[in-house]
Design a protein around this ligand. Sequence first.
Ligand SMILES: [Zn+2]
Length: 137
Amino acid sequence: MADVHSPSVRSKNMAAIKGKDTKPEIAVRKFLYANGLRYRLHRKDLAGKPDITSFKYKTVVFVNGCYWHRHKGCKFSTMPKSNTEFWVTKFQGTVARDMRNYAVLKDNGWNVIVIWECEVNNRSYEEWVATRIRANV
Ligand SMILES: [Zn+2]
């Protein structure tokens, strides 16, 4: 398989695959903590092991990488030029799994919030996230 990424991009992607304690996730945690919200991390007993769980507000937060989780219309949601078919299938699997997990959580009464990596980078999520967690809407 041809590899289009530089080593630094690749290691960043590996962290994203691993999906735990990524840089954007840590930024969101710090922001929430500074705003008085308390949470648990990576609860295995919840669908999709949400990055952040607030039991008080019955809200889960996923901090999703734009590339792996296919942020629609986002410039970071690029498609590899080689092995495209393989990647399309793989990405579809990831997105389908995300949707299933969100549906299970919602069915169980959880408020599901998705924050995209690009929203963390430009800090636009800071305007709405605390309110949406506390409002459980
Ligand atoms: Zn994005």
